[in-house]
Design a protein around this ligand. Structure first.
Ligand code: AMP
Length: 187
């Protein structure tokens, strides 16, 4: 099963991703993780994307979709995977539809985690303190939220129109939130 987890920074995507891949027994395809690994390893790709990551800007659609194309051709993704942090633009969503279509498969669900703005900012600043992620300072957090609102939020309508959108209230304990996701899987 191919599923997408969509939502702004701080909505709980990381926590819910772990549970979803365990429940569905599918690989986790996180472009953010892939880019951070490349950056850490100092590969040519890593050097290219370092500035975007640190400033909270989006990496080019082409580069991202090349990464995704390569990853979904691997055998462990044949039966499905969880897309986390991708797609983030309409162009990426369209490209993903084409890629999956070529493989004769399609998305089963797009889970949108909904959390209000104030709570998001509170969670992100807390995470910045605890994890010390380089892109978790206040300025970058605000930039990432703006980028989400302008570039990624339109995907909600894109997937709603295609009958794939499953809206999930992101407030509550991780178990409570996951139960809402699981209800869609059962139904
Ligand atoms: P994430 O961990 O998903 O929040 O991603 C961290 C950073 O990696 C983002 O702020 C972007 O700079 C970059 N990135 C990750 N996924 C994408 C994507 N699908 N499109 C463009 N940039 C991305």
């Amino acid at each position: 099963m191919y599923v997408i987890l969509l939502g702004p920074p701080g909505c709980g995507k990381g926590t819910q991703s772990k549970r979803l891949i365990e429940r569905l027994q599918i690989p986790h395809l996180s472009t953010g993780d892939m880019l951070r690994q490349a950056k850490k390893a100092g590969t040519p790709l890593g050097l290219k994307v370092a500035e975007c990551i640190d400033q909270g800007k989006l990496v080019s659609d082409e580069l991202i979709m090349d990464l995704v194309a390569e990853r979904i051709q691997q055998s462990d993704c044949r039966a499905g995977c969880l897309f986390d942090g991708v797609p983030r633009t309409i162009a990426q969503a369209e490209s993903l539809d084409v890629m999956l279509g070529k493989n004769g498969v399609s998305l089963a669900h797009v889970f949108e985690l909904v959390v209000d703005q104030e709570e998001l900012l509170r969670r992100m600043l807390e995470r910045a303190k605890v994890e010390g992620r380089a892109d978790d300072n206040e300025e970058t957090i605000r930039r990432r939220m703006e980028v989400y609102a302008t570039e990624t939020r339109p995907l909600v309508d894109y997937y709603r129109q295609r009958g794939k959108l499953r809206t999930v209230e992101g407030i509550g304990t991780p178990d409570e939130v996951f139960q809402r996701i699981a209800n869609y899987l059962a139904g």
